[in-house]
Write a protein that binds this ligand. Structure first.
Ligand code: NAD
Length: 470
């Protein structure tokens, strides 16, 4: 979608359903010239988009949210068929609800002028201006929702956007962009599809002023290097290896359902999922039993079928990575409490897997599995749990589970991550800033802070007329 027009390409790639292997269609591969044309269209449209009043931009974005709402089921089917998450449960209809919410909330926010200093001689005001053209690079796990996180605040602030969806989840995202374009002025929101090479054309373009990226740490590092050429501002969300600590003696029965979904939402393919669980040795059997019981109630299959709440792993690369990490853990002496081997095809189905008898130093604990596997690690003291939780270069999320909230808050404050949830995990909200520390990236999304991140400050400094001066 370039300048409001659907554009064809000479090259295409196949898109297949991860639950069945069935061919869904062919997605276009943008050429470098098309990426440059999309950026040029965004640049040409930016001044008039930014010149619209806040009220006009808010009203157009509320129309976008209506389009998303009206097409929720249609787009959710694309998500299920292409990404794999089921229509039901915390699946694709849930993703579409989030798309609507994450459109309406930033659309309603304001960044009023701040008076940062004032005395009898001067008044200094901080204004928030758009940055210009934003390149948005989206991943495949929550393809439409994360694209919306990148697009809508950028547009609200008066920027224009070129989005590149993941090569694993292109068609549903392109459909969403097409529908959004039915109410947005031409050139304000453009899309280019293809693999990392197409992403590289976008991040290297000299007219791109900011990149919003969610994906792997290795790609984030390439984007940092590319930004040397265009000084693009960066918001980087590179996932994490979130720890969850259950404090000794915690009533687990009342929390097991939340803990399960905190670990296994979207088959664990979520940046802020609980990916390592630390449990006091005296509580271990009870926690394992409670999680195992919840897992046993969750039907897995083709997400278009009724009653299914867990789908396949999205792609072969991730499926192989999950299998490899589990095999490695088994070879290191880990015990498989549940699951632990790939399921019969077709589709990339891998069972919910609970792994015991593991510790930091094993790959399944140290690396981000990004799949339906949870290692459960015993600890003797809370100090030991905190130390092991922080023994990582990632720092997106974390959680502490306990019945004494003030005790849990004390432990939470010592976890090195951008968010620490208490008695929940991954409970993001469109008003609450979200971002990582350490190698999980920098910059925050959501809420007023997220909106500031797609603006640049401008100070207007006014000398006051002093009595007696000419
Ligand atoms: P990736 O980083 O390769 O891809 C993410 C996006 O970046 C895609 O749109 C891709 O085309 C694009 N891209 C790739 N190379 C690029 C480049 N040089 N310049 C610009 N854009 C480029 O991630 P992946 O291969 O989809 O997944 C790899 C791993 O990343 C997963 O195993 C998982 O651990 C992690 N991951 C994290 C998230 C998250 O939400 N944080 C999402 C998806 C994957």
């Amino acid at each position: 979608m370039i300048n409001g027009e659907a554009v064809s390409s000479s090259q295409h790639f196949e898109v297949r359903n991860p639950a069945s292997g069935d061919l869904l269609g062919h997605a276009p591969v943008a050429t470098k010239e098309q990426v440059d044309a999309a950026v040029a269209a965004a640049k040409a449209a930016q001044a008039s988009w930014a010149a619209k009043s806040d009220e006009e931009r808010k009203s157009i974005l509320m129309q976008v949210s209506k389009v998303l709402e009206e097409n929720s089921e249609y787009l959710a089917k694309w998500i299920t068929e292409e990404q794999g998450k089921p229509m039901a449960g915390p699946g694709s209809m849930f993703e579409m609800q989030a798309c609507v919410g994450w459109t309406q909330v930033p659309a309603s926010l304001d960044l009023p002028v701040e008076v940062v200093f004032e005395d009898e001689t001067r008044r200094d005001e901080m204004h928030r201006k758009p940055i210009g053209v934003i390149g948005a690079i989206a991943p495949w796990n929550w393809p439409l929702m994360i694209a919306i996180w990148q697009i809508v605040p950028a547009l609200r602030a008066g920027n224009t956007v070129v989005l590149k969806p993941s090569e694993y989840t292109t068609l549903g995202t392109l459909e969403m962009i097409r529908l959004m374009n039915t109410v947005l002025p031409a050139g304000v929101l453009n899309s280019v599809s293809g693999d990392g090479k197409v992403g590289a054309y976008l991040v290297e373009n000299k007219e791109v002023d900011k990149i919003m990226f969610t994906g792997s740490e290795s790609t984030a590092r390439k984007i940092i290097k590319a930004s040397e050429g265009n000084m693009a501002r960066l918001t980087l969300e590179c996932g994490g290896n979130d720890p969850a600590i259950i404090l000794p003696g915690t009533d687990i029965q009342s929390k097991a359902g939340d803990l399960f979904w905190g670990s296994f939402i979207n088959m664990g393919q979520t940046c802020a999922c609980a990916k390592r669980l630390y449990v006091h040795e005296d509580d271990y059997d009870q926690v394992v039993g409670a999680l195992d019981a919840v897992a046993g109630q969750m039907p897995m299959g083709n997400g278009m079928e009724e009653g299914i709440v867990l789908g396949p792993v999205q792609n072969k690369m991730q499926y192989d990575k999950v299998s490899e990490l589990v095999e490695d853990a088994k070879a290191q002496g880990a015990s498989v409490i549940r699951g632990g081997s790939p399921m019969e095809g077709p589709g990339y189905f891998y069972p919910i897997t609970l792994i015991g008898n593991v510790d930091n130093g094993t790959r399944i604990v140290d690396e981000e599995q990004f799949g339906p596997v949870l290692p459960i690690i015993k600890y003797k003291t809370v100090e030991e749990a905190i130390e092991k939780a922080n023994d990582t270069r990632t720092g997106l999320g974390g959680s502490v589970w306990g019945d004494d909230l003030s005790e849990a808050a004390k432990v939470a404050s010592r976890i090195e991550s951008g968010t620490v949830w208490i008695n929940q995990h991954g409970a993001i909200h469109p008003m609450v800033p979200f971002g990582g520390v350490k190698d999980s990236g920098y910059g925050v999304e959501f809420g007023v802070e997220g909106l500031k991140g797609v603006t640049q400050p401008q100070v207007i400094s006014i000398k006051k007329a002093v009595a007696g001066e000419a």
